[in-house]
Every structure is written in structure tokens, then in C-alpha cells.
Design a protein around this ligand. Structure first.
Ligand SMILES: *Cc1c(COP(=O)(O)O)cnc(C)c1O
Length: 460
């Protein structure tokens, strides 16, 4: 390999990345080409002969750009997305350059060291039990799934069944309980873990699990049971009453898991920690670094207090793999054997922010959400439907048709982007603040964009 084989391709990639990043805050948010147009621009036929690397990268960037959405815009509020810190992005590039398979401590001690520090820092920041098993997975769905596998093994072991050896067929039935506002990710995790749909036990209007309903459901039967709680409802941002729900669930012998894809980060802020009071008593937690922490995709984190239960469910053993020593191997904590060093961009982000920076990040998102809600509430013809306790704001116009038209018009105008959704049987526009760049200026511009979109659809 010539020494500079990579130079030209990387130079082109860096330049194109800089151009994109410099444009992202100001460009219209929506893409302006569809999938077919992008395929046409790329060329649909795989050529017989390959091309020069730098030319391929340049062609890719030129062809794809009309099809890119400015998700990292400070005025992008769709789904729950998150931006990217410079240190996270740069570290992520290095992860690819180093190309370490981060399964094991022995061949790749560098990557394992960084990830072990990132894991310990996360537990400390979030106030979760030191020594918990931490797995760097693709996202919260895989984190929910990984935690459910640890939960499944643990509750079945207590019932005298070794699911890791014998599987689920013939096992005692595991009850899987959740609040009515359970996220679809938790539902799919339960499906993959072999439980089917969760049995829902009720919720209050903000989506918080009904603790009395939980008590009733727990009392209906005995045997292995897993309870899924939620930190951050996707519509309201609400947090379950962890202290109460965990106490009753543990009294019934349940394993308690918390899906905190974006909401778990409240635990990193002294001002917001009250929202998650008592959550450290749960048995497992799932979160995303690619949402609130603004690490690039893909970056989810699975946390299990009983590290041995995580290892029992997920560890891989083979004659050719390094023997498991006293310290857990990275592949004991994720469903993958081979993977990239996802914990490194997490480490870089925590390093660049420091403890106070993480708290400021989360506090800033909540302040922006409250600023949006105030602006919407002051706007005649708009109503904020949820209690804005965290990063989510659900707004509606006078009727569903107008709300739908508002969502479409807002996105078409390209200044701000929010998700049309339904909540409590009403059409809504849902704003989710998850970008570090969403400051007071972005909030002002967004309120202005919403007001002019509303005026336009009313006059239409
Ligand atoms: C986004 C989200 C998930 C799923 O996370 P992915 O990283 O997309 O897999 C799960 N739960 C909640 C509450 C979420 O907001």
C-alpha cells in the first residue's frame, strides 16, 4: 500500500464534510430530491471496472446532497434525533480509521480502555450503580432488547429454569408488563425476546404508568415478571414515578427495566434529577447517546446492574476467543461479537463537555422546549397539550385539519421541522428538542416560522 493511498479520499471527505456542516444551520431543512432521483444521480449500474477512491467520494457527496435532510439543524425537531459535537464526529472518524474490532480486551486494549472509562463515567454521571454491566449497542432498541435478555434469564433462573441452556420452549411463562404509553421500541424488544406484546396496566394523561394498575396486574399471578418503565414519554416527555413503581414491582419479585432513550439524561443534570428520582433502584436501563448527548449515529447504551446476568445472557464463548478473565469482555455486554468502538465517540463527547457541560446541554434543551411552549401558548389559535417537563412539546391548532395543514406548511417552508403525530385522539405537531444548537435565537425563529405557517394555512 502506498503511504498516501488514503490521503486524497480523506481530503475530499473532509472538505465535503466541512461544506455540509457549514451549511446545515442555514439551508432549507427538507431534502429536495427523492430516492429515485438520487439513484439516477449516483448511477444505477455497477460498473465492471472500479474508480479512483477520491472520485468515488466526491461523486457520492455531490449526488446524495439534494437527498439529505438537515437533521442537525438547530431547528430540526422531528422524531428525537440529536446533533453532533465536533469531538464526537472527529473521534468517530478515527474509530473507522483504526478499525478495531472491539469485542475483546486482549487484542484491542486501547478501545477497551476508552470504553471502560466511558462506561464508568456514564454510570457516575447518571447516578446509576457502579459496577453495572454497560454495553455499547446501536441504539435504544438494541439496548432495550439486550436488557430484556438479561432480565429474562434472571427471572427464569429464579423460577428454576435455565433459559440460556434450554431456551424459552417449555419455560415458565414470563409476564411482561408496561404502562399504556410504552414506546414501540420496547414493544419490538419484547417481541424479539419472545414475550409478545406487553400487558399494559394503564397510564395517566401524560403517559406515566398507573401504579395502582401495576399493583393490580402484579397481584393477578405469580411467577417470573418483568416491568418496563419509561423515562421520557415521546409525546409529553413525562417520567414514570420510579420510586413508587419500582417499590411495588420489586415487592412482587419483578425485574424492572427503564427505557430512557432520551430521558435518562435528566439524571445527569442536578436541576432535572428530580424527574428520575429513585430510578437507580431499577435493574436495567436503556439509553441513546445519539439523541440527547449529540453523539453521531449509531450509539445506544444498555446498562444492567447485575453484570453477571448480562454476561449470562449475552456473552459469547468459543475456543478461539480469549478466555474470559476476572474482568468482563466487551462482547459479554452486547449481542454482537464484532463491532466498531462505539464507546469512543461517547468518551470524546463526555471529555469535551465535562460534567457541567453535560448538565448544561440537557438543561439548555429543556429551556428551549419551555421557550417554544411559551411562544406557542401565547399564539392565538395554538394550544400546548402536554405538561412541558422535559424536551417534548405537543401543539395543536383549532381542529385536526388545520393542525395537519400547519405541520405540512411548516416543513414545506423549510425553517423548522417537526413531526405530525396523534396524541389523545387529536392531531398534533410534536417538537422534540435534542440538538445542542437549539438556543434562544433558534427558538425565536421557530416560533416565528410556526406563526407564519399558521397564518398561511388559515388564509388558505
Ligand atoms: C428513540 C426511542 C427509542 C428507540 O431508540 P433507537 O435508538 O431509535 O433504537 C426507544 N424509546 C424511546 C422512548 C425513544 O424515544
Amino acid at each position: 500500500m502506498p503511504e498516501d493511498e488514503y490521503s486524497e479520499a480523506l481530503r475530499v471527505a473532509e472538505q465535503r464534510a466541512r461544506d455540509w456542516l457549514a451549511s446545515v444551520a442555514q439551508r432549507p431543512i427538507n431534502p429536495n430530491a427523492d430516492v429515485d432521483e438520487i439513484k439516477d444521480a449516483l448511477g444505477r449500474i455497477l460498473a465492471d471496472e472500479g474508480q479512483d477512491a477520491a472520485a468515488v467520494v466526491d461523486h457520492l457527496a455531490t449526488a446524495i446532497e439534494p437527498g439529505l435532510i438537515a437533521m442537525a439543524s438547530p431547528r430540526f425537531y422531528g422524531f428525537v434525533i440529536g446533533g453532533t459535537y465536533p469531538a464526537a464526529l472527529a473521534a468517530d472518524w478515527l474509530v473507522s480509521a483504526w478499525d478495531q474490532n472491539t469485542g475483546s480486551r486482549t487484542p484491542t486494549p486501547g478501545a477497551a480502555a476508552v470504553e471502560e472509562l466511558a462506561a464508568a463515567w456514564l454510570l457516575d454521571l447518571l447516578g446509576l450503580p457502579a459496577g453495572s454491566g454497560v454495553g455499547f449497542v446501536t441504539g435504544a432498541t438494541m439496548a432495550n432488547f439486550s436488557c430484556l435478555l438479561a432480565a429474562r434469564g434472571s427471572v427464569l433462573r429464579a423460577a428454576g429454569w435455565d433459559v440460556e441452556r434450554h431456551g424459552l420452549q417449555g419455560a415458565p411463562r414470563v409476564r411482561f408488563l408496561a404502562g399504556d404509553a410504552v414506546h414501540s421500541s420496547m414493544v419490538v424488544a419484547g417481541r424479539m425476546a419472545g414475550f409478545g406484546l406487553p400487558r399494559t396496566v394503564g397510564a395517566d394523561p401524560q403517559g406515566r404508568i398507573d401504579v395502582d394498575g401495576l399493583v393490580a396486574a402484579l397481584g393477578q399471578d405469580d411467577g417470573p415478571v418483568i416491568v418496563a418503565l419509561q423515562a421520557g414519554d415521546v409525546h409529553s416527555g413525562a417520567f414514570d414515578d420510579f420510586a413508587a413503581a419500582i417499590a411495588v414491582a420489586h415487592a412482587a419479585g419483578a425485574w424492572v427495566h427503564i427505557d430512557g432513550a432520551f430521558g435518562l439524561w435528566a439524571g445527569a443534570s442536578p436541576a432535572l434529577r428530580h424527574l428520575v428520582a429513585g430510578y437507580e433502584a431499577a435493574d436495567s436501563w436503556a439509553t441513546d447517546a445519539h439523541k440527547t448527548l449529540d453523539v453521531p449515529y449509531d450509539s445506544g447504551v444498555a446498562i444492567v446492574a447485575d453484570e453477571a446476568a448480562m454476561g449470562a445472557a449475552l456473552a459469547i464463548h468459543a475456543a478461539y476467543l480469549p478466555e474470559v478473565g476476572a474482568v468482563a469482555e466487551p462482547y459479554d455486554h452486547t449481542p454482537e461479537l464484532s463491532r466498531r468502538a462505539r464507546g469512543i465517540p461517547v468518551w470524546a463527547t463526555l471529555s469535551t463537555l465535562g460534567r457541567h457541560g453535560v448538565a448544561d446541554l440537557v438543561d439548555g434543551m429543556v429551556a428551549a422546549a419551555k421557550g417554544l411552549a411559551d411562544g406557542f401558548a401565547e399564539t392565538p389559535g395554538l394550544e400546548v397539550l402536554n405538561d412541558v417537563v422535559f424536551t417534548q412539546v405537543c401543539v395543536a391548532a383549532d381542529d385536526d385539519t388545520l393542525t395537519g395543514a400547519l405541520a405540512d406548511r411548516l416543513r414545506a417552508d423549510g425553517v423548522a421541522w417537526a413531526s405530525p403525530s396523534r396524541w389523545h385522539d387529536r392531531a398534533i405537531v410534536r417538537f422534540s428538542v435534542s440538538n445542542r444548537g437549539t438556543d434562544a435565537t433558534a427558538v425565536e425563529r421557530t416560533i416565528g416560522a410556526v406563526r407564519s405557517a399558521l397564518a398561511a394555512v388559515r388564509d388558505a
